[in-house]
Design a protein around this ligand. Structure first.
Ligand code: ZN
Ligand code: ZN
Length: 262
């Protein structure tokens, strides 16, 4: 399987996931134009996509979903509550492209499982996508790392895990009090430290590629996110690098990240 983060961060999210036969996006939270240009940038043709999975209705996850669906006839997959919450923002979607899904479904040869994550949206969910004996997981927009998340992503080969903010940067940053409270709450976003602890849990189950994503542009720095998670893992005796306990990397907020094969 192939995984490539086109954009991952508070200003917009869209991930490309593919088996040798099927290509999909998880979220489409930037303009259609930005997503098409990112796909072209990594050598992918948007006309070959089979659909878009939506995690939740926040604009940084759905902004371009309607336009891409109309332009390429793409089905949009989301749970019922998310459909209700996002439908008016998407514009007109052809009836056959409205796919209301439960916790398990398939898109061609991709076996997909949705799992609940705590976030202040109608019914936010993460996804595991399996094909050809490999499994890729997406877990962003999570206020806390729950047992349900751990259980679902445990045997993944690759996990995109949220490392949204540095707690001190939020506390002393420019956001209004209410927004700070929301980000730091159990239905907000995962901090760098909590991401490191979550990564530690996940790695107990075996080697993985872990990509840190959904970084805040205001309350985080890429090097800080990476270092914080790295320190937590190394302190517990894990070794990082190719073929080691974990391969740790970072998804960019503003451009496609490296094309990863699992
Ligand atoms: Zn959100
Ligand atoms: Zn988000």
């Amino acid at each position: 399987m192939i995984f490539c983060s086109l954009y991952s961060g508070s200003s917009g999210n869209s991930l490309f996931v593919a088996s040798s036969r099927t290509k999909i996006l998880v979220d489409a939270g930037l303009t259609g134009k930005s997503i098409i240009s990112a796909l072209e940038n990594i050598g992918e043709d948007p006309r070959e996509l089979s659909g878009i999975l939506i995690t939740h209705e926040h604009i940084d996850h759905i902004k371009g979903a309607g336009i891409l669906s109309r332009k390429y006839g793409l089905p949009i997959y989301a749970n019922e509550k998310t459909w209700v919450a996002m439908e008016s923002c998407l514009g007109k979607i052809a009836t056959e492209n409205i796919r209301i899904v439960g916790s398990e479904f398939t898109v061609d040869d991709l076996d997909i499982r949705a799992f609940r994550v705590p976030h202040d949206a109608a019914a936010c969910q993460g996804y595991t996508i399996s094909a050809e004996g490999k499994k890729v997981s997406v877990a962003t927009d999570i206020g806390v790392f729950t047992e349900e998340i751990r259980r679902n992503i445990k045997d993944s080969d690759l996990v995109l895990l949220e490392s949204n903010h540095d707690v001190e940067m939020v506390k002393f940053g420019p956001y209004p009090y209410e927004l700070k409270r929301r980000i730091l709450s159990e239905i907000g976003h995962l901090s760098n430290t909590d991401c490191g602890l979550a990564a530690l849990e996940i790695l107990k189950e075996g080697k993985k590629k872990i990509i840190l994503g959904h970084l805040s542009g205001t309350n985080n720095l890429p090097e800080l996110a990476y270092k914080t998670v790295e320190n937590i893992l190394v302190e517990k005796g894990l070794s990082l690098g190719k073929g080691m306990d974990a391969e740790l990397s970072l998804a960019s907020r503003i451009r496609p990240s490296s094309y990863t094969e699992v």
